[in-house]
Design a protein around this ligand. Sequence first.
Ligand SMILES: [Mg+2]
Length: 244
Amino acid sequence: MFKLIAFDGDDTLWHNEPLFREAHIRLREMLGHYVAPEKVDERLYQAELANLSIYGYGVTGFALSMIETAIELSEQKITAKDIHELAELGKQMLRAPTRLIDGAAEVVRQFAADPDRKVVLITKGDLIAQQLKIDRSGLESQFDGIEIVSEKDCLTYRNIFGRYGVQANECVMIGNSMKSDILPVLDCGGGAIHIPYEITWIHEMVDQIEIDNDLFCEAPGIADVPRLIADLERSVATGKLEHV
Ligand SMILES: [Mg+2]
């Protein structure tokens, strides 16, 4: 049985990527008289990657990457008014209400009500920005713990599971990113349920891979998670019996 149910936040419990997509589209429009949209996409992604190690994941690094891209692609002709607009776009993203994904609140509450399980939110990004989103989600009180981390790798998960006093195979992580939520958890021996989101940031994309692991499955939507957790627990229990 999974004693610890861990949820990713962005694009798993609430919508996040559409905010980035809207700002990105505005940047393309703004730079429309300087360069083609593909050039904007390419340069913005390069700036985001280069800035990850400095600012980490989140809106701050993204807004500064938009500004750098605008200055560079306009060959420094971008107006102060436009730069101001980009900075404001970043602030608007940080102030945006948290839009929960349909069914997310019900699923979190269902597991939170189970005294035999701990429910933890594991989210990556800027501390203040993530905390604001959690506050606005209305779900904060449902979690036994909230972990805001700068990177989601095997070591991060092992440390978190260790702190909650559970073995990796007693944990299941639910998230939209194969790279951040699924593969590192499977690697350290935990279970994982992937819920694809409508948009994936290019940096979170991984090549199509076949995963052959009894502790993994794919969910069409978050409402399917309770049923799939029951299935995973049943298959592990049966597997164990077969090996006796
Ligand atoms: Mg996510």
